[in-house]
Design a protein around this ligand. Structure first.
Ligand SMILES: N[C@@H](CCC(=O)N[C@@H](CS)C(=O)NCC(=O)O)C(=O)O
Length: 202
């Protein structure tokens, strides 16, 4: 059995989709959470001076979406055909675009710009959420092919931090996405991860 160690900060963020995928599969992993004080020493030791990184038997994987794809391949979470594989990938990228939009707004803007840009950001976020909602509606309760894929797990993995940014009710107008998150969060491995993960703000 390979050993897995995920390193990220002590919040859900970009680490959580990876934590969700490992938990879904029942893979035991060390959940290393680097503090702000430890980070300057840790940073130069990582391939791109960023986290998350996933060490698998000592080999360091980096770039969160590439890690998600690595696990999706291993766990057969890429649909049932080449075209479904593409669809899963495209959805992971779309969720990633939404994630970049929201993270950049929340953590890379000055407080004044944050306020000034709020309406524009919410409109852009709604564009992505509308598209994602339509996919789940069309595809039998999942993003692709009427069955669980990496895209579903990634979206559910971001739900906590998206709720922090957009507000707890951000899925109120998206019943299919809400239902999808509830379904993924109720999968046994993910449910127990959520129950035991450290309580963090985002
Ligand atoms: N494209 C990278 C982005 C990683 C990233 O932005 N990580 C942030 C945390 S969310 C980080 O390590 N920040 C600390 C730093 O850059 O010093 C990925 O998806 O893994």
């Amino acid at each position: 059995m390979p050993s897995y160690k995920l390193t990220y900060f002590n919040f859900t963020g970009l680490g959580e989709p990876v934590r969700f995928m490992l938990s879904y599969a029942g893979i035991d992993f060390e959940d290393e959470r680097v503090s702000d004080e430890e980070w300057p020493q840790y940073k130069p030791q990582t391939p791109l001076e960023q986290v998350p990184i996933l060490e698998v038997d000592g080999k360091t994987l980096y770039q969160s979406n590439a890690i998600v794809r690595f696990l999706a391949n291993k766990l057969k979470l890429f649909g049932s055909s080449e075209l479904e594989h593409f669809e899963v990938d495209a959805h992971v990228e779309t969720i990633g675009d939404l994630r970049s939009l929201l993270f950049n707004w929340t953590w890379a803007e000055t407080p004044e710009n944050k306020i000034a840009k709020e309406a524009e950001i919410r409109k852009k976020a709604a564009f992505y959420l509308d598209k994602l909602e339509a996919s789940v509606k069309k595809n039998g309760g999942y993003f692709v092919g009427g069955k669980l894929s990496a895209a579903d797990i990634v979206f559910a993995g971001f739900n906590y931090v998206f709720s922090y940014i957009l507000g707890n009710e951000f899925l109120a107008d998206y019943p299919n996405l809400k239902n999808l998150v509830e379904k993924v969060n109720a999968l046994p491995g993910i449910k127990s991860h959520i129950a035991k993960r450290p309580k963090t703000l985002c």
